[in-house]
Design a protein around this ligand. Structure first.
Ligand code: GAP
Length: 504
């Protein structure tokens, strides 16, 4: 665990040092859980967006995209259930005056029990070396059996309390488990209260309740309220989907783990409208389809897992998360929900507009059901970035930090480097740059030794470097170096673009 914490710290400082992510408002000491994407970060983020957008709207002939406004009519959030039910259970420590999520305190307690089991396993593995049988150890070690039993008991009680919305019960459980505030070290807790996560603001100059607007906590509602418009103007036939990428805002209480949990973040959501009774088939279809999308990035399957929800959201009849193994453990990366006809029916009720689909195949009218895929763009960034980060020991005894980003997502595809900053090499390199940049996002640099420049591009994740040297002036060839293998090849300048096309 300590090692992973260490690795995570390295990843976050790498993100800042190499121009991927900066804390927001840093010169004013930052703003909690808000981050800015820097010069390389914005390229990587845009590439992820493009990759998702194309996979949805270009690779499916029945999915179209929209870009709805962040501000929407306040009744929408009443209809969607967010005004009444988009809450987190909060608890304050009276001594430190720090606020926590009651559910997270209990989840952390369960995670600590899991850590204890893992530590016992590691200790035994070291002690028994080659003869160690993990399965046998797990089923016979008294200590491990006790930890696992406690874990299961706490988990079951906690799930029931959450399902029943039993706030007093959550407080009792926290007290019974002896959970202390990490700051004050005391168990002096307030009662648990519900806290709505939506940010609100006012529109216009008159301040009464009717002017309250919410910053959207999910992009999905922008899709539901445009369902009729898109279906009619796009002449869409069920089943069909509407995709959207955009900002969402949540007043998160536990804001930690870098860009994993932010107050302003981006979602990539797709609502797929289907005939009632077929939703479970489509739910399974989208589970598989989305997992395949993740795997297509070249990250191994074992870094992902499905986690079915025990407590279903108020709008869902089935739900699963795709979890990713971040440096701080397996956590939710994407949610797939079967949202039934809840949203369209509620908007029909609250707006008074009929939202129905006439199915010419079955000759009936109905409110479509909906399967949603919802992925956090920032979390996807973090997953890809943290998996790509590698510290490598090289055969010559030196080491390097390399970002093994999938080529398609790398901020720059190629860096053009004159060996020295004289003798006509920069002019030659600029000419190559001007040609290459028409087809590829390219970067040019002439400062520092070539070795340092290679290391810098490795750390940013640039797949190829093209070096211009004195021989280039004589025979019009350049050295092309691969980030992943560090191997170099000599090729004619005229072949550079084709080489990149073939290898990216
Ligand atoms: N429309 C459904 C919905 O919003 P969600 O599980 O609350 O479902 C979907 O959010 C995804 O949005 C999550 O899987 C996560 O990747 C991302 N997400 C949610 N809250 C976030 C936050 N505070 N910071 C960053 N990403 C977040």
């Amino acid at each position: 665990m300590a090692n992973n914490e260490d690795l995570f710290k390295k990843i976050t400082s790498h993100a800042k040092e190499y121009g991927f992510i900066f804390p927001s408002s840093e010169i004013y000491d930052g703003l909690g859980a808000v981050y800015d994407y820097a010069q390389n970060g914005v390229e990587l983020k845009n590439n992820i967006k493009q990759y998702w957008w194309k996979s949805m709207t270009q690779m499916h002939d029945n999915i179209v995209g929209i870009d709805s406004a962040i501000f929407m009519h306040p009744k929408i959030w009443k209809a969607s259930g967010h005004v009444d039910a988009f809450n987190d259970p909060l608890i304050d420590n009276k001594d430190s005056k720090k606020r926590y999520r009651a559910d997270v305190l209990i989840e952390d307690y369960i995670a600590k029990l899991e850590d204890k089991v893992n530590k016992e396993v590691e200790k035994a593995r070291k002690r028994f070396k080659d003869s160690f049988n993990e399965e046998q150890f797990l089923s016979t070690s008294q200590r491990v059996i006790e930890y696992n039993k406690e874990k299961e008991d706490v988990h079951n009680r906690y799930s029931k309390l959450m399902n029943d919305n039993d706030l007093a019960g959550l407080k009792s459980l926290i007290e019974e488990l002896g959970i202390v505030c990490p700051i004050s070290g005391t168990r002096n807790w307030t009662d648990v209260r519900q806290f709505n996560l939506m940010f609100s603001t006012k529109v216009g100059s008159v301040s009464d309740d009717s002017d309250v607007l919410y910053l959207r906590p999910e992009t999905a509602q922008g899709i539901f309220v445009n369902y009729l418009n898109v279906q009619k103007t796009g002449r869409m036939k069920i089943p069909f989907g509407i995709a959207q990428i955009g900002k969402a805002f949540r007043n998160e209480i536990v804001a930690r783990q870098f860009i994993f949990r932010m107050r302003e973040f981006e979602q990539m959501e797709m609502e797929f409208f289907v005939r009632p009774t077929t939703e479970m088939k489509w739910f399974e279809y989208w589970k598989e389809e989305r997992m395949n999308w993740h795997k297509s990035l070249g990250i191994p399957q074992e870094k992902y897992r499905f986690h079915d929800h025990e407590k279903l959201a108020h709008y869902a009849n089935a739900a699963t998360d795709i979890e990713f193994e971040f440096p701080f453990g397996f956590k939710e990366l994407e949610g797939i929900h079967s949202r039934t006809d809840f949203d369209l029916k509620r908007h029909q009720e609250f707006s008074g507009k009929k939202i129905q689909y006439f199915d010419s195949e079955t000759n009936e009218s109905y409110t479509p059901y909906c399967v949603e895929t919802s992925i956090g763009l920032d979390r996807t960034f973090l997953a890809i970035f943290s998996y790509a980060y590698k510290e490598e020991q090289l055969s010559d005894g030196s080491s390097r930090v390399v970002l093994n980003l999938p080529n398609i997502l790398a901020p720059n595809k190629v860096s053009i480097l004159p060996l020295v900053n004289k003798d006509g090499l920069p002019e030659k390199a600029h000419a190559i740059m001007d040609d290459v940049r028409k087809d590829f996002k390219a970067h040019y640099e002439e400062k520092d030794t070539i070795g340092k420049r290679y290391r810098r591009q490795d750390a940013i994740g640039t797949p190829f470097c093209v070096t211009v040297d004195n021989d280039t002036l004589k025979d019009n060839t350049v050295t092309i170096r691969s980030r992943s293998t560090m191997e170099q090849e000599r090729i004619p300048i005229d072949n550079v673009k084709q080489y990149l096309r073939d290898n990216l």
